[in-house]
Design a protein around this ligand. Sequence first.
Ligand SMILES: Cc1cc2nc3c(=O)[nH]c(=O)nc-3n(C[C@H](O)[C@H](O)[C@H](O)COP(=O)(O)OP(=O)(O)OC[C@H]3O[C@@H](n4cnc5c(N)ncnc54)[C@H](O)[C@@H]3O)c2cc1C
Ligand code: FES
Length: 239
Amino acid sequence: MLTVQPLQPATFPVPGQFYMLQAGASYDPLLKRPFSYLSAENGSITFLYRIRGKGTRAIAALREKETISLIGPLGNAYPVPSGEFIAVAGGIGIASLFSLFGAATGRATLFWGGRTAGELLMTETVRGLVRTAVITTDDGSAGRKSLVTEPFREYLAVNAHLPVYVCGSTPMMKAVAALCSDAGARCFVSLEAYMACGVGACLGCVVKIRDSENHEGRFRSVCKDGPVFDASTVVWEGQ
Ligand SMILES: Cc1cc2nc3c(=O)[nH]c(=O)nc-3n(C[C@H](O)[C@H](O)[C@H](O)COP(=O)(O)OP(=O)(O)OC[C@H]3O[C@@H](n4cnc5c(N)ncnc54)[C@H](O)[C@@H]3O)c2cc1C
Ligand code: FES
């Protein structure tokens, strides 16, 4: 977890948005990395991150009152649901959905999966923000031993009228999007992508998105046009 205090007054983020962060005085890694904000209050912004490589290791090495370089808030937002909704998270994907739970407290039925229990962070805090949380792990170390799509599929069969919000790995989001399409449920995905600039300038994060005039899809940047897209418009790899 990382909490930062912007030096200048900052724009308030909305659920679904993210920041580009870079810790340390050196240029290694050269590029900032994208992180969803977890919460923003009293002028501070908090992030939840998993250590993966150089960028996240540099963030983890920060000490109190050290400086971090940050751009944001960036990207679009989740449409905040007016009533109950379904959320599906894979591992650290919970960080993106967390602020939505804050804006719509007690309205989400959450399906949250990880490989092991250790991948599921802040479970009690998350449980306090949702109606129900169904947890799954691949190895059975927490919750039901299954893929997260299994209990989600069962619930969707009788709740396809509810909108579905998803953040996790691309294969999981693709599977959830297909289930929603079959069930006729509205589905919003927060796509993952490698990002360089974070502001739509480098085209390093483009994906194909369909619109009414172009069924094959046009390239859109995940950082500026997304990261949240209506799942029915996404041209998934292999399609
Ligand atoms: C919009 C958005 C929001 C995100 N929010 C969060 C968040 O809240 N918390 C969090 O922990 N992570 C989040 N991520 C992922 C995070 O940006 C990456 O984990 C981070 O960039 C890794 O940087 P690194 O230098 O530590 O690792 P690197 O050295 O760059 O990579 C280490 C490993 O991580 C993989 N990886 C790196 N970046 C990505 C990526 N974007 N997608 C998939 N795999 C990747 C690489 O394939 C490699 O195997 C988000 C990504 C996006 C696009
Ligand atoms: S990261 Fe440069 S266009 Fe998205």
